[in-house]
Design a protein around this ligand. Sequence first.
Ligand code: GRG
Length: 296
Amino acid sequence: MAVKPDVDAYIAEMGRTVTDYLSTLFANPGRPARLFESMNYSLLGAGKRLRPILCIAAAETFGVGVDKVLPAAAALELVHCYSLIHDDLPIIDNDDLRRGRPTNHKVYGDATALLAGDALLTYAFEQLSQPLGISADKQLQMIHTLAHAAGAYGMVGGQQADILAEHTDGDLELLQFIHVHKTAKLIQASVVIGSLFANASSQELDAVAKYGLSVGLAFQIVDDWLDVAGSEAEIGKPVGSDERLQKLTYPRLVGLEKTRELAESTMQEGVEALTSAGIQAPLLEAIGEYVVRRTR
Ligand code: GRG
């Protein structure tokens, strides 16, 4: 029987590796310095680095080491950090705290925060289009995967649907659309991009994509749960913001207990997609379990 990986140790170690790499990106600030300070402020905050870690873990599943994948893994965190900055702005969720510190616009003002987000998003594609030592076809596929997951067909579309659903009586179908697009598509892109570094077959890539979408949806279901039942000190931002904004969430539609059950079963569906395709992925399975039991 395969030994279960120590996933907490793996996440801690890879999180440090990713943060060390991110800290090199804008180490010599350009001009104007305030823009780069604002970008570094959000990029180097105490995030879990889940998306880059999933990218690295997917590559490792198919035998590719972390060093080769790090630049692409960083691109995923750059997109994620941009989305957090914009999401916190007064015109979107109007949040004051993120990752245990004042939000970017609270420190640098709305205009700089907006621009820092734009700059991080754009840099993600500069990062992903640099020479990565892989075929041009594979690299184009990665760039396309990230763009599709981040834009109107992914995160931005999901965010728009989320805003439109505030103060409405949406149903589970709409809620799933929002969560899949707002959150799960970028998580799916993370594991697909990691797998593209290897010679994964199209059947393996399909299974990894299913895993990513399910684990991404489970991640956002748990996020909904934490916003009601989590601890502000652990998650680094106030709980109850979904209630304040009258968001459509799983606890609101199905209650807290069923929310947890759905998170678990959704994650299991993702893991089963890997198993059915014959992929040995103890690390991805363990990260799936971490996503459901996380407290931050
Ligand atoms: C363009 C103005 C403008 C806004 C768009 C695209 C966008 C803003 C927001 C995307 C939606 C979004 C922020 C989803 C959040 C998903 C989520 C669960 C974030 C928290 O992720 P964690 O827990 O955070 O991984 P850490 O801090 O650990 O990285």
